[in-house]
Design a protein around this ligand. Structure first.
Ligand code: PMV
Length: 342
């Protein structure tokens, strides 16, 4: 069996400010609402893919361990490769190695970076494209790559740009659109992720998405999303954290209220998450530190502040939570693609 050079994709996780929660259609990955996120710099999935000549199956390894097709991650990852191969009309099998720079499946958007990196590396290996520019010249624009990745994980489509990205749906034209709202240089926001659990969550977000419609809070949430989106975009444009921050907190709590009031009910928050949130709010009141939380589908809390305030935030966290692990991150530049020499 011979192998081509490995095509290495580095794709960031993104933290949603306006959350994608609920799907109108699973088959087309049609989201229930618009969403908006910030791409991160340090929380990244690195995936290398190369064509295996003479092989009769793909081989995916995660952090050095072979992933079985029948495992929960394997089912999704191999199915995504099968989908991509069909879309690209290729029969070639790939060897894929993937790893995350951060804990997986616990609310740090590993599915966004994971499916983004799998898509980018696989397409590059099949097309033998050594850069994003080469892919673009071959017709694989970021929009096209994002649309392919979205079929593995909806939120991954926002990871194809750095800075601040919006994922819009137009019910009348039946189109989905990704808008690169602002680059990372527009506003240097930081994300400090307080880790209360690094274990994989028990209920996957794919499952909990489907239950959203059973929550009595879901339809009212959808009715107010457009207005919230506009307010968030204005706050981002004006770099106004006193306007953005309360929206971030309200949006995260609203998504978790939908999850908790769905049938069956899913609660991703732990008692530690809740007490950290109230600590942060007290800290803000007491010191005036402009730091606000948002939360993904997990118990870990993302604290958003301006980069210049991040070290002050860390010293406050260390004073009150000396044992707490946290990830230090900030807005990033988006994906990268490189070819590794042997
Ligand atoms: O892309 P999925 O299916 O893993 O859904 C992720 C949904 C949230 O992360 C909770 C919110 C979002 O918009 O990223």
């Amino acid at each position: 069996m011979t192998m081509s050079l490995p095509y290495k994709a580095l794709v960031p996780a993104n933290i949603a400010f306006l959350k994608y929660w609920g799907k109108r259609d699973v088959k087309t990955q049609w989201p229930a609402n618009h969403s908006l996120s910030m791409s991160l710099a340090q929380s990244v999935t690195t995936t290398s893919a190369r064509v295996l000549v003479g092989a009769s199956e793909h081989q995916i390894s995660f952090s050095g361990t072979l992933v079985e097709r029948t495992s929960s991650f394997g089912r999704k990852a191999y199915a995504h490769l099968d989908y991509l191969a069909k879309e690209l009309g290729t029969q070639a099998y790939l060897q894929v190695n993937t790893s995350n720079s951060f804990p997986t499946g616990c609310g740090i958007a590993s599915s966004a970076s994971g499916f983004g990196a799998l898509t980018l590396a696989a397409v590059a290996a099949w097309q033998q494209a050594d850069s994003l520019d080469t892919l673009e010249k071959m017709g694989f624009t970021r929009h096209r790559l994002a649309a392919l990745a979205r079929m593995g994980s909806g939120s991954s489509c926002r990871s194809f740009w750095g800075g601040y990205v919006s994922w819009k749906v137009d019910e009348t034209t039946g189109e989905q659109e990704l808008v690169h709202l602002f680059s990372d240089e527009h506003w240097d926001l930081a994300d400090t992720i307080a880790i209360f659990s690094a274990s994989e969550k028990k209920v996957s977000s794919s499952k909990a998405h489907l239950d959203a419609w059973s929550s009595p809070l879901f339809e009212p949430r959808l009715a107010g999303i457009g207005e919230k989106e506009e307010q968030m975009i204005n706050a981002l444009r004006d770099k106004d954290l006193s306007a953005l921050g309360p929206l971030l907190e309200q949006e995260a709590l609203e998504m978790h209220a939908v999850m908790m009031s769905a049938k069956p009910s899913t609660c991703y928050l732990s008692s530690e998450s809740i007490s950290f949130i109230s600590w942060l709010r007290k800290l803000r009141q007491k010191t005036g530190l402009a730091a606000y939380f948002t939360i993904d589908a997990g118990p870990n809390i993302h604290v958003i502040c301006e980069q210049q305030d991040q070290s002050k935030l860390h010293s406050e966290i260390k004073k009150c939570y000396p044992q707490l692990d946290f990830i230090v991150d900030h807005v990033g530049k988006g994906p990268q693609l490189v070819v590794e020499a042997h």
